[in-house]
Design a binder for this molecule. Structure first.
Ligand code: EPZ
Length: 429
């Protein structure tokens, strides 16, 4: 298994191109199941999760082709992916595939909406929490689907099609919002989704669905109206920039010091995280190219933050902020409110010398004078990258093991960081 070796202590200076968002790309790819015509997605990042989803969709009968140019040094230029679900040959999403990527459970929405049936493996547990699917099932039942759970599979049936309805989520769920939105797009009549996720990736999916002929209003707010249509058609859509990648590199620069422009990064997608960096004493400026982040010798002030659904501080940046705050001049508090077990990075950051105490869902981080390089191991995607940030800020050598987690969500991480002066390399197993 590959690992990443970092020689810490280098300032980051230069430009980093921001890729298309993983968490927008995945539901957009799944939306291709809704139409027999071709969905063309631009600015698609090259990531292990995207590769895996191609395979999963291929299993349902989706043909795909990759077109266009690839990575340019200064500005982002993702792949163009054409997806054609001309004929759905299989409505089962098997355990072997769904268990490898939770988001693939979302195929249940388009499959039942278009085919009247779906048999999708339950995704199972995961390193960051239990992550049940009850909201998805309640939502689909509200749209008239009959649901049974048998042998680890959800079997959903709606032989006469789905019927528009009011769906009220008990709490905000990004995936359940994506799924019900896709299902409602092809249901008969009007649906209203209340307490919907307001994440930019939901708005991006809705924008693409509208281009495909869906009638949707209110995406990006807590209440989404959908007028079902009989069929959707071909469309072309460009994936929005990755706000988590943007925030991650912003925190890396904050941790090492230096000055980096995050080209293509959009401040409106991560206002809360940028405000937190501002509070910590980091200079954040919007420029024509994107976002410039600078820390030139000033102190790093501690912060108190709780993760929240959008527009609050994202859980997907919690680990990275913790790595940053482990070097602050004072004591920070970070509370995780979305996932009950998203603290696996704490122990590993401690191996680098961080002083972190966990009490329930709150971590108290006492800033230390210095971090020191060590061997560390990651358990999930964002935890892995927090260790990279720790390693960049630490003195000496850090080796981050199990980097396959990083490849799921960060495109060309080592290349982007070394272009800004980091000493980072991949050790191939
Ligand atoms: C999405 O996961 C993201 N994944 C996650 O990013 C992100 O952390 C999360 O949203 C929150 O922002 C993708 O977009 C592919 P949720 P999702 O449903 O949709 C509970 C990353 O690192 N819940 O919004 O699975 C759930 O357990 C990943 O890129 C139920 O109780 O998250 C959690 O506590 C990790 N029942 C909360 O809601 C349900 O039926 C929010 O989860 C559904 C969810």
């Amino acid at each position: 298994m590959d690992s990443i070796r970092i020689q810490g202590g280098r300032r980051l200076v230069g430009k980093i191109p921001i890729s298309g968002a993983k968490n927008a790309t995945l539901p957009l790819m799944i939306a291709s199941l809704l139409t027999p015509e071709t969905l063309t997605l631009k600015n698609v990042p090259q990531l292990a999760d995207v590769q895996l989803l191609k395979r999963i969709l291929g299993n349902h009968g989706v043909d795909y082709a990759v077109r266009g140019k690839r990575f340019a040094k200064e500005m982002p230029a993702g792949e163009t992916l054409e997806l054609s679900a001309h004929q759905i040959v299989d409505t089962t999403a098997p355990y072997e595939l769904v268990s490898r990527m939770r988001a693939s459970f979302w195929v249940i929405g388009p499959l039942i909406a278009r085919m009247g049936e779906a048999r999708v493996s339950l995704p199972g547990g995961c390193a960051i929490g239990t992550r049940p699917v009850d909201f998805y099932l309640q939502g689909l039942e509200a749209l008239g689907a009959e649901i049974a759970v048998e042998g680890g599979y959800v079997i959903a049936k709606a032989p006469r099609g789905l019927i528009g309805a009011r769906v009220v989520f008990p709490r905000v769920s990004v995936g359940a919002t994506h799924t019900i939105l896709m299902a409602a797009a092809l249901a008969k009549g009007e649906s209203v989704i209340e307490n919907a996720a307001r994440e930019p990736e939901v708005a991006d999916l809705a924008e693409c669905l509208v281009k495909m002929g869906a009638r949707i209003e209110g995406a990006g707010t807590g209440k989404i109206h959908v007028q079902g249509v009989g069929a959707l058609h071909a469309a072309e859509h460009s994936v929005l920039p990755d706000r988590i990648e943007t925030g991650t590199y912003a925190m890396a620069v904050a941790a090492t010091g230096g000055e980096v422009t995050l080209c293509g990064g959009r401040p409106d997608l991560l206002r809360a995280a940028l405000d937190t960096l501002g509070e910590a004493g980091i200079d954040v400026t919007e420029t024509n190219e994107g976002i410039r982040v600078a820390r030139n010798g000033g102190p790093l002030r501690p912060v108190t933050v709780a993760t929240e659904p959008f527009p609050g501080f994202p859980t997907d940046l919690q680990a990275q902020l913790m790595a940053l705050m482990s070097r602050a001049d004072g004591t920070s508090e970070i509370t995780e409110t979305i996932f009950e077990n998203r603290f696996m990075h704490v122990q590993e950051l401690s191996r680098l010398g961080a002083d972190i105490r966990l009490d329930g869902q709150t971590a108290t981080i006492r800033g230390v004078e210095k971090l020191t390089g060590a061997q560390v191991m990651a358990t999930d995607l964002r935890a892995s990258v927090s260790l990279v940030i720790g390693g960049l800020a630490a003195e000496g050598e850090t080796v981050v093991n199990r980097v396959y987690h990083l490849d799921r969500g960060f495109e060309r991480l080592e290349e982007k960081l070394s272009a800004c002066g980091a000493e980072i390399e991949r050790l191939r197993a």
